[in-house]
Design a protein around this ligand. Structure first.
Ligand SMILES: [Zn+2]
Ligand SMILES: [Zn+2]
Length: 53
């Protein structure tokens, strides 16, 4: 069976709605750095991110 679909393929930074980089858990280095602190907004450079204010 090759049914490998994750429920959420999403950056591990909670406010971030971007898909993570291939082989990574975060969409960008800024999200990876933010993983240690809890922020309400996302700092990633993706314009479509809904956590980016
Ligand atoms: Zn983001
Ligand atoms: Zn992100």
């Amino acid at each position: 069976m090759a049914d490998e679909k994750d429920e959420k393929k999403q950056c591990k930074n909670p406010p971030c709605t971007c898909p993570p980089q291939p082989g990574g858990k975060y969409c960008s280095a800024s999200c990876e750095g933010a993983g240690q602190t809890i922020e309400l907004d996302c700092d990633c450079p993706h314009p479509e991110c809904q956590g980016n204010f």
